[in-house]
Ligand binder design. Structure first.
Ligand code: GLN
Length: 245
């Protein structure tokens, strides 16, 4: 597999990096390197055009409302068409928390409304009431894995996200709040476009999910070679324990 390279586009890596979400990229890089798969990351900040054909995986981390506002305008004006084209050719698009909210139509905060890229049918509202904070575990059923698996992480969001009627969540909440605190839904998945509230960062606590993403992004028919995952499994078990699952 040495001639393969996972080509990643990191969207706004400086602004959208709450809870060290950029650590998700480090984990992808390590798991590729350990298997002899190349890894190339291109950063796309404010004002930078995105090439819809040049990357296998597009990544957008979480951010504070203020940073989200800065990115949202640029996302819509500069990058929207490219991201729609990338999604149409089945590139993987992974968005966490603040990034997840920007995948939808809008994020409403009081009188203000932050626009989203409209890749999925969802809306987020910053309602009155407490932030949704804590350890979280969800059950996900992803193609090619032969059965449900658990993702564990940490959430901290003021926004409540509602999926449109045709949209499916990434998973079912086992513990924690999820999209809005009562729907039982967490995240969204439409094909290879995935949004989730889980930080942790997400991938170091769920290495199996990182491998699933790498396989999807590279369009592999076979599972990736196994690695010695003793530490990764301990991290996953710890995150599950913290969530009470
Ligand atoms: N600013 C968003 C909210 O509070 C997202 C926060 C985050 O990325 N953790 O809902």
């Amino acid at each position: 597999m040495a001639d393969r390279t996972l080509r990643v586009c990191a969207l706004y890596p400086d602004l959208m990096n709450i809870y060290a979400d950029r650590g998700n990229l480090l984990l992808l890089e390590r798991r590729c390197a350990w298997r002899g798969i190349g890894f190339a990351v291109t950063a796309a900040g404010i004002g930078d055009a995105v090439d819809p054909d040049a990357h296998d995986l597009y990544y957008l981390g979480g951010g504070q409302d203020r940073d989200q506002m800065l990115c949202a305008q640029d996302l819509v004006e500069v990058k929207r068409d490219a991201l729609h084209a990338a999604a149409a050719r089945d590139a993987v698009l992974l968005a966490v928390c603040g990034g997840y909210q920007l995948l939808g139509h809008s994020y409403a905060l009081g009188d203000e409304e932050i626009p989203g890229v409209g890749l999925v049918d969802l809306r987020t509202v910053r309602a009155d009431g407490p932030r949704l904070i804590g350890n979280v575990a969800i059950e996900v059923d992803l193609p090619g894995l032969g059965g449900p698996r658990v993702l564990a992480g940490f959430e901290n969001h003021g926004g409540r996200t509602r999926l449109g009627p045709g949209e499916r969540p990434l998973g079912r909440v086992l513990r924690g709040h999820g999209n809005d605190g009562h729907s039982g839904h967490e995240g969204v998945r439409r094909g290879n476009v995935i949004g989730t509230y889980l930080h942790g960062p997400l991938l170091p606590k769920n290495a199996w999910f990182a491998d699933w993403l790498i396989g999807r992004a590279l369009g592999l028919a076979e599972p990736l070679d196994p690695l010695d995952d003793a530490l990764e499994e301990a991290a996953h078990a710890g995150a599950r324990r913290a969530a009470g699952v």
